[in-house]
Ligand binder design. Structure first.
Ligand SMILES: [Zn+2]
Length: 313
């Protein structure tokens, strides 16, 4: 009941924006998709928000709700025109209350729909780890999972990622295989203590300055998040080197990794922003929604996360 009242309040607030007579049609953002069995025509807003759609003859509100859900719209508000005014359709209301809506739409009926904003992945996926921002020495991700052997390079040993990242990397590698590319994980979760050993090693081999370009100081590695995988292929001898970016596998990843929620943290030509030279093998999981948004902005991950952080504070 409270939910219904909340919906009505919301709806009234929104309807204030429209003239009841001759309500303006909201222009569809994409080409209309029409299937013979469809209950409506027009497109749904991808980032939440309100839209007016035109119902199709013969369809019912129930069919419309089913189709909206199927097309990824978590319905927050749904109102339909009937007899010249808008009426709220509440799928969860008692049957008698919705009885009038069981019938087919009136010809040319409009539906006003608001979809919930897409779910934002957990904040931990967006944590900033750079040369300036470290993780605490005792930071250990929840739920580390051992990667199955077939996801790891030959002789790659035990590699761990958070459970959700492990699932995502399995889908990524499966997707690459389906496209004819064999890639595997060479390096994944790295504890604070491992970073101490690794960094000391590089300092002894390369000196401090060059070591800092290649290897993070302890606490400053994204690998400590458990959401980063260094991947490679046989065409570069399973090594981690910039040439990987020019292999068919590297090119496929650059084009498709975002679909699986992964982005390059250290793209080519961005050392000034990221602090690291080009690392086409270093993929961080931020979830599909953010990976898509980041791709559309054209920002580096460093810039993207900084903007999100700035907006949240
Ligand atoms: Zn890496």
């Amino acid at each position: 009941m409270i939910r219904a009242i909340r919906l009505v309040t919301l709806l009234l607030a929104v309807l204030g924006l429209f003239e009841f007579v001759g309500a303006p049609r909201v222009t569809a953002q994409e080409a209309p998709t029409e299937a013979a069995s469809s209950a409506f025509q027009g497109s749904l807003p991808s980032g939440g928000g309100m839209v007016l759609i035109e119902t199709l003859p013969g369809a019912t509100p129930d069919a419309l709700v089913d189709e909206l859900i199927e097309r990824g719209c978590q319905v927050e508000v749904l109102a339909i025109t009937r007899g010249g005014s808008f009426q709220l359709y509440a799928p969860e209301a008692p049957t008698f209350a919705n009885a009038a809506f069981r019938a087919s739409f009136e010809p040319g009926a409009l539906a006003l729909v608001r979809c919930a904003r897409p779910e934002i992945p957990d904040e931990h996926l967006l944590r900033i780890v750079t040369k300036d921002r470290a993780l605490p020495a005792d930071f250990v991700p929840d739920s580390l999972a051992l990667l199955p052997d077939d996801l790891v390079i030959p002789g790659g040993g035990a590699q761990y990622l958070t459970e959700e990242t492990a699932d995502a990397v399995a889908r990524l590698i499966e997707g690459a295989r389906a496209a004819g590319h064999e890639i595997a994980v060479r390096s994944a979760y790295r504890s604070y203590q491992e970073q101490v050993f690794t960094h000391d090693h590089w300092v002894s081999v390369l000196g401090l300055d060059e070591a800092n370009r290649r290897s993070a100081q302890p606490g400053h590695s994204e690998h400590q998040l458990g959401t980063v995988a260094d991947v490679t292929s046989a065409s570069v001898g399973w090594e981690l080197e910039p040439a990987f970016g020019d292999t068919p596998e590297g090119r496929w990843l650059a084009q498709h990794a975002w679909r699986f929620g992964f982005v390059e943290s250290y793209p080519e030509g961005a050392e000034e922003t990221t602090g690291y030279r080009y690392e086409p093998w270093h993929l961080r999981y931020i979830g599909e929604t953010h990976a898509d948004w980041m791709r559309q902005t054209g920002l580096t991950l460093t810039e993207y996360l900084a903007r999100i952080d700035a907006e949240a504070n």
